[in-house]
Design a protein around this ligand. Structure first.
Ligand code: FMN
Length: 403
């Protein structure tokens, strides 16, 4: 029977010291030219003190012209390798590993942030929601190949900088997730039109990343169980992707779900346990790769249950580690912990429904931890809103990413 304290040997041979991982949470701690700020080392060092097995970084962009939000860290050449090295070293105290999440937003980037918006197909987001995003241009096949190469280049650089592994972000509606979605990918060439073609970009990216880092270096993928929108990636098709990634030699598939259109990764469906534990169990039954599941884990018994029942090989934690950077340490010590994560409500309907303030509040809290300050989940949210709006500007706040 698996417990949170058990080590996990990955297909590449790497051994993770236990079954807890920190899911990626974008920190917005990049400089104006995309270098990691020194606070990132402090933040990851703080989490490493808890003894957690794996820290997955917030998404790092593979192209400076394709940001997901202001303040993104970017890795496309060796210009800032010393700063990346500092981040990796300070986060990898004792046996904790730090893996870098690599991402391209596709069309899910706030309007005006990038000089151009690209996607698998020229399909804009619908209705009032679409007003926050520029309509995209369809990528050419040559550009798809170039993006594959960019993911691989960034992965090779992450390895050189001292990170313990990499994760390709194929969840939450960003570029890879757009390719997997029949709603957003209506191409008729080799990259669309059938489930096999829709997952070609992801599998080619995986193969290119693997070639860049070699067989002994962990390569993970974060994948949606489903997009939870009509015409999006279905559970059935997602399971086929799980199988294909396992056959390709993926070291860890981290299950999540939802996109900006339906931010299920942040809210789930009111489950008692983790948001995606039932799907994760199905994935694990057919997968050749270890499975992690992230979203909604709040207490010791639910975490234990997911591991004991075989729903997952690893449990991922996000917001509980923001409210308490030692949450994982307490789970590992067997303390009967229960996280206070609750909806962060401002009273401003547009913000509360989109869960964008929820993300912003936690991102702000990450910066506080990095500076050694206290995080107070009971603070007055109107004052928090004013504080954060003062820093980001109200317009940016309304257009903020969901996760
Ligand atoms: C502030 C914040 C930023 C996030 N950024 C990312 C990200 O960069 N990449 C990603 O895959 N998920 C991101 N997420 C989603 C988390 O990884 C996780 O899936 C989600 O918070 C659900 O887990 P939880 O219920 O334990 O918080 C973010 C979540 C938060 C709160």
């Amino acid at each position: 029977m698996t417990t949170p304290q058990d080590p996990l040997t990955l297909p590449c041979g790497t051994v993770l010291p236990n079954r807890l991982l920190k899911g990626a949470m974008s920190e917005g701690l990049g400089t104006s030219d995309g270098a990691p700020r020194p606070e990132l080392g402090a933040l990851y060092g703080r989490w490493a003190e808890s003894g957690i097995g794996l820290l997955i970084t917030g998404n790092v962009m593979i192209d400076a012209y394709a940001l997901g939000e202001p303040g993104n860290v970017v890795l496309e050449n060796d210009r800032h390798l010393a700063e990346f090295h500092d981040w990796a070293v300070r986060g990898q105290r004792s046996h904790t590993q730090v893996w870098m999440q690599l991402n391209h937003p596709g069309k899910q980037a706030p309007r005006g942030l990038n000089r151009e918006t690209v996607a698998p197909s020229a399909v804009p987001f619908e209705g009032s929601f679409g007003r926050a995003f520029d309509p995209p241009r369809e990528l050419t096949v040559a550009e798809i190949h170039d993006l594959t190469w960019r993911f691989a280049t960034a992965a090779g650089l992450a390895k050189r900088a001292g990170f313990g592994g990499v994760q390709i972000h194929a969840a939450h509606g960003y570029l890879h997730s757009q390719f997997l979605s029949p709603k957003h990918n209506i191409r008729t060439d080799d990259y669309g039109g059938s489930p096999e073609n829709r997952r070609r970009f992801l599998l080619e990216t995986f193969a290119a990343v693997r070639a860049a880092v070699g067989p002994r270096f962990p390569v993970s993928v974060k994948l949606n169980s489903s997009d939870f929108v009509r015409g999006g990636l279905s559970e059935e098709e997602s399971l086929d992707v799980v199988q294909a990634l396992g056959a390709a030699g993926c070291d860890l598939i981290e299950i999540s779900g939802g996109t900006y259109e339906k931010p299920m990764m942040m809210i789930g469906q009111g489950e008692r346990g983790g948001f995606f534990a039932a799907f994760s169990q199905q994935a694990r039954n057919i997968s050749g790769a270890p499975i992690g599941v992230t979203g909604g884990f709040r207490d010791l018994s639910t975490i234990r249950e997911a591991l004991q029942s075989g729903a997952a090989d690893m449990v991922g934690l996000g917001r509980p580690l923001v409210l308490d950077p030692d949450f994982a340490g307490r789970v590992l010590r067997g303390e009967p912990v229960s996280s206070e994560v609750g909806p962060i409500q401002t009273g401003v309907k547009a913000l509360d429904q989109s869960s964008s303030f929820e993300t912003l509040w936690h991102e702000d809290a990450l910066r506080r931890i990095a500076r050694g300050q206290q995080v107070n989940p009971d603070e007055n949210m109107v004052l928090a809103l004013l504080r954060i709006a003062g820093r980001t500007g109200l317009k940016a706040l309304m257009e903020k990413r969901r996760a």
